[in-house]
Design a protein around this ligand. Structure first.
Ligand SMILES: CC(C)=CCC/C(C)=C/CC/C(C)=C/COP(=O)(O)OP(=O)(O)O
Length: 381
């Protein structure tokens, strides 16, 4: 990766000068935990499963809070957290209450250390990388920041097979990208850009354009392109809904539907997110989730999903690969594959990257088409 490396602003005075005391943020997160349960940890789940998901969530929040907000030397805090975390697998006794709680979950569900290490690493990277040169670089970041969450969830349910993991990685990366694309303005205000610089250049967009209050046509075309690519990735992962059962299936449909709704909200904002993050209203999110769930009930979907899972497993192991199939035009993909392009300004929606002549590309290979889940009912639009 050849990203611009920079510390995120000048060092701020530590609340605890001379120490890397994690106790305070840890306690804050733990105290907040009952009100901040992991969205999937619904009351419908068995108490033990709910506890495990909440243990993951509280850990993730702690790492994120340190990476995003902790005063003082965040890298030192993350190092200290990482050392404490390792004790879970080396048989020691973690110091942090969050980790002691997590240790119970790790043992009960036999969770590997790797996803946890990756989440910490993502937050280290956040301290030093503020730009991503290529889409591959950005996806690689998502393998640290987002994919581990899906892997942990699958692990808690005892469902972490290679096929499910491969699909889950696609969903999680797509969700992270959707979030980044919604938050372009907020991220820029924080000194970060999570849109590949190569794409900015290809679409003739400068950082100054991203700082404008209203998106120019070039910015809108750029974002239509990014949204389409994320949507393709999400569609590639969607067969996971069919490869899980019970309430987890509902939750998966919720994640897939939520991601689609988020990308659709960007489309409905005419791909202008510079005035603030376009958000999908709850009824729309529910409609997209219901559509993903209903799709999973269609006869033959389970077999198609297994084929899709096998296909993506064959083409990737721990992270999305970098081969590049073509996708649909951005507007068509964003509208649920119906061909309705949405009101992108200035007419034509590019299916090629200006100056490169290549078709709009995803960095992951497409699984079997029969497994893709692109239909959104009329009522969900
Ligand atoms: C099995 C399966 C597919 C489960 C889905 C699990 C799930 C909800 C994954 C979300 C991944 C994601 C967008 C993480 C970003 O976290 P964040 O919102 O904290 O973002 P930040 O790191 O940018 O703050």
């Amino acid at each position: 990766m050849t990203a611009i490396d920079a510390r995120t602003g000048p060092p701020r005075p530590s609340a605890h000068p001379g120490t890397t005391d994690l106790t305070t943020p840890t306690e804050q997160v733990l105290l907040a935990a009952p009100a901040e349960n992991f969205p999937v940890a619904s009351r419908l789940l068995p108490a033990a499963t709910r506890d495990h998901l909440n243990a993951l969530y509280v850990f993730g929040r702690l790492v994120d809070d340190i990476g995003d907000e902790a005063p003082g030397d965040r890298l030192a805090l993350l190092d200290e957290l990482a050392a404490d975390l390792e004790l879970i697998w080396s048989g020691g006794e973690p110091k942090l209450p969050v980790h002691r709680r997590l240790a119970h979950t790790v043992r009960a569900c036999d969770l590997p250390a790797e996803p946890f290490r990756r989440l910490v690493q993502a937050n280290r990277q956040d301290q030093i990388v503020t730009r991503y040169d290529t889409y591959e670089d950005l996806v690689q970041y998502c393998t640290l920041s987002a994919d581990p969450i899906g892997r942990m969830v699958l692990g808690v349910f005892g469902l972490a097979t290679p096929a499910r993991i491969a699909l889950s990685d696609r969903i999680c990366t797509a969700l992270q990208l959707a979030e980044h694309f919604q938050d372009v303005a907020e991220d820029l205000a924080a000194g970060r850009i999570y849109v590949p610089l190569e794409d900015l250049e290809a679409f003739g967009v400068t950082e100054t354009d991203l700082a404008a209050p209203v998106a120019s046509p070039a910015v809108r075309h750029l974002m239509a392109f990014e949204v389409a690519r994320a949507r393709t990735l999400l569609d590639q992962g969607a067969p996971l809904v069919n490869l899980v059962g019970g309430r987890l299936r509902l939750a998966m449909a919720g994640f897939v539907g939520g991601g689609r709704a988020a990308l659709d909200a960007i489309r409905r904002a005419d791909y202008d997110m510079l005035g603030g993050a376009p958000k999908a209203p709850k009824p729309r999110m529910a409609a997209f989730a219901a559509a993903a769930w209903a799709r999973s009930l269609v006869p033959g979907q389970a077999a198609a999903a297994r084929a899709a899972g096998t296909a993506v497993t064959a083409s990737s192991t721990t992270a999305p690969s970098t081969t590049a199939p073509s996708t649909t035009a951005p507007g068509a993909a964003a509208a649920g594959g119906t061909g309705s392009s949405g009101p992108v300004p200035s007419g034509t929606i590019p299916t090629t990257i200006p100056g490169r002549g290549a078709a709009v590309a995803s960095t992951v290979p497409a699984p079997a088409p029969a497994g893709s889940d692109v239909d959104v009912p009329e009522g969900a639009r």
